[in-house]
Structure formats: C-alpha cells, structure tokens
Design a protein around this ligand. Structure first.
Ligand SMILES: C[S@@+](CC[C@H](N)C(=O)[O-])C[C@H]1O[C@@H](n2cnc3c(N)ncnc32)[C@H](O)[C@@H]1O
Length: 250
C-alpha cells in the first residue's frame, strides 16, 4: 500500500464485525482494540493482516463505495443504493461525463456519481450540510466532486458549464427544469428524485413543458431473501418506498 492511500481495517469482536477507514501514514491509529502502527501498511497488500499492540488482528482491504456509504456522516435521508444503481444504469453515466447535482444533502449520490464520472458539481442550500458533504468527499478520497453552497433555483441561471447528466433531489426540482436546456448537453439525461406523487406530477409537467423526450417515471424495489434453519423466504424487514425516479432526455 502507498502513503496517503485509503485502507479499511476489519476485525471481528464477540461475533460482530468492526471496521475503520484510515489513510496510510507514519501515524498511529487508536482503536478500542489497541494501537495500530499505520507505517507498517507500506509493506502490506490488500488481504494481509496487521496486529494491534493488544494482539487484535485486522484484515486490510481497499474500501469501495458501499464502505463509504456505510461510513459517511449523515445530515438527512440519503439516497439508497437501489436507487443510485438505477440512476447510473438509466443515464449510462461514464468516466467522461460531467454531472450537475442538487441538493447535495450528505453527498451520498454525489459520492457514487463522483466515483464514476469525470466531474460532479453539486449545490446544497444549507451551509452546515455543505461542510459534512465536503468531509464525506475527502474521506472517500474524491477530489472531482465540487460542492457549492447555494440555492440551485437562484444559481442555475449563472452556471457557465455544460453537463452530460443533471440529477435533482430537491423540493424545488420543478423550478430548475425550465433552465436546464442551457446547461445540459444535447442527448444528455435529467434525473429527478421525488418522494411524493404530487411532486412527481409537477416535475412531469415541467419536463414536458421544457421539451424533453423519452420521459419515464419509475419506482424501484428491493427484496432481500432471508436464510435460516426454519426456511428461506423474503426478509420481513425491508427497504420500503423511497422515491420516484423520473428520467428524461434532451
Ligand atoms: C433529500 S436531500 C438529498 C440527499 C442526497 N441526494 C444524498 O444522496 O445524500 C435534499 C437536500 O436538498 C437540499 N435543498 C433543498 N432545496 C434546495 C435548493 N433549492 N438548492 C440546493 N439545495 C437544496 C436540502 O437542504 C437537502 O440537504
């Protein structure tokens, strides 16, 4: 592993998995299970293990987006992986894309988008949320996600860049849509995320009025299967309704 690289240290204690994400450095890392000398990571690879001064063994892994999703600080309801995966699939997001996103929230969607796209510019109206989202990007090692503090409805007219994908997860999405033709590249995709039917109907009207095509509104569900000695069946606790995803193309 290299200096500055993000690593995940995983251990098991009384049947529970505990994990920590840290940077490889010359420092020490203090845990409930003892102190770990991080400089020894320079001679290690993913899959190797390291032992704390109390003798607790940790496995070294490279963290991936689901790990950052689990570890990110939350300021509100984050978008769920089932929805994020669908957005990536239906917009065909790729490494050459620039994305405009609002509102950032804790930056969960922006983080996933940033792990694939060339650049993400995300707007969040609440300054305290901006701080948390910026911390989350730094913790995930993403320097291609820029978070600006501002109201997207007011800022949209002064944005000079153009984008391949626009993702809107705010109550004011319908007021942003009339301005998107100027910033969204021809053939580019718009995604809106809205928890209520009423909000979604307003969004659909704004999308139709703005002349988008290939408009589809979808809800995605996730059903985990539980395995036990008694039998195999859909888990009784589940991710219920999250939001409606509307995808449209310019
Ligand atoms: C549901 S959260 C977004 C969650 C985010 N997509 C994620 O995955 O973490 C909605 C966010 O939009 C912000 N917001 C609401 N109206 C806004 C506006 N007009 N401009 C920018 N941000 C706005 C809110 O403060 C809130 O943090």
């Amino acid at each position: 592993m290299q200096s500055g690289e993000l690593i995940m240290l995983k251990t098991s204690h009384r049947g529970k998995v505990r994990e920590f994400i840290v940077n490889v450095s010359e420092d020490e890392f203090h845990t409930d299970f003892g102190i770990i000398d991080l400089s020894v990571m320079l001679d290690k690879s993913p899959g190797d293990s390291v032992t704390s001064h109390k003798g607790q063994e940790f496995t070294i892994q490279r963290p991936r987006m689901p790990d950052f999703f689990n570890h990110a600080k939350r300021t509100g309801a984050p978008m769920m992986p089932k929805d994020i995966g669908s957005i990536i699939a239906y917009t065909g997001l790729n490494k050459d894309d620039s994305v405009l996103d609002a509102g950032t929230g804790s930056g969960i969607l922006a983080m996933y988008l940033g792990s694939i796209a060339k650049r993400v510019l995300s707007y969040e109206v609440r300054e305290e949320f901006v701080k948390v989202a910026r911390q989350n990007m730094a913790s995930a090692g993403l320097d291609n996600v820029e978070i600006r503090c501002g109201n997207i409805v007011e800022e949209i007219s002064s944005i000079e860049e153009s984008f391949d994908v626009v993702t809107l997860d705010t109550q004011e999405s319908k007021d942003v849509i009339p301005h998107l033709r100027r910033v969204l590249n021809p053939g580019g995709f718009l995604m809106t995320y809205s928890p209520f039917f009423e909000q979604t109907k307003d969004i659909r009207k704004a999308i139709d009025d703005a002349g988008f095509y290939d408009v589809r509104t979808m809800e995605f569900s996730e059903r985990e299967i539980s395995f036990s000695e008694r039998g195999t069946r859909p888990a009784t606790s589940r991710v219920g309704h999250t939001g409606f995803i509307t995808i449209a193309r310019l």
